[in-house]
Design a binder for this molecule. Structure first.
Ligand SMILES: [Zn+2]
Length: 113
């Protein structure tokens, strides 16, 4: 499962950060996930609990912030918000869109102690 692998890489990042910043526990992780990142939020939450068991983030709360997808519309000459990939431009209906945002995923905030 793709989401498990993501959680494992998050755990790796947390362990590296813990070593670098010398904290012993993660209380909260806030993840920012683009709507086009192809991540299932429910699966990710489930995976997070499983993967973090026995780690420094065992009791961490996971907050997920979904960010909207954006694309550049060629005919309109401006950036528009889209709900999914291959959606037409909400303004002019064109399909000449170049996705510019919404595919990223990152750790936005960490609360540690
Ligand atoms: Zn347009």
């Amino acid at each position: 499962m793709h989401e498990m692998a993501i959680c494992e890489s998050i755990r790796g990042i947390l362990e590296e950060e813990a070593a670098r910043q010398s904290f012993a526990r993660v209380d909260r992780v806030c993840l920012e996930i683009g709507r086009l990142a192809g991540v299932e939020v429910e699966a990710l939450k489930f995976g997070f609990d499983v993967v973090m068991r026995g780690s420094l983030a065992e009791s961490a709360r996971l907050d997920i912030l979904e960010t909207e997808a954006r694309a550049w519309c060629m005919p309109c000459g401006r950036s528009v918000a889209i709900a999914q990939r291959y959606d037409p431009c909400p303004v002019c209906g064109s399909h000449q869109l170049q996705v510019t945002g919404g595919e990223e995923m990152r750790i936005k905030e960490l609360e540690v102690s």
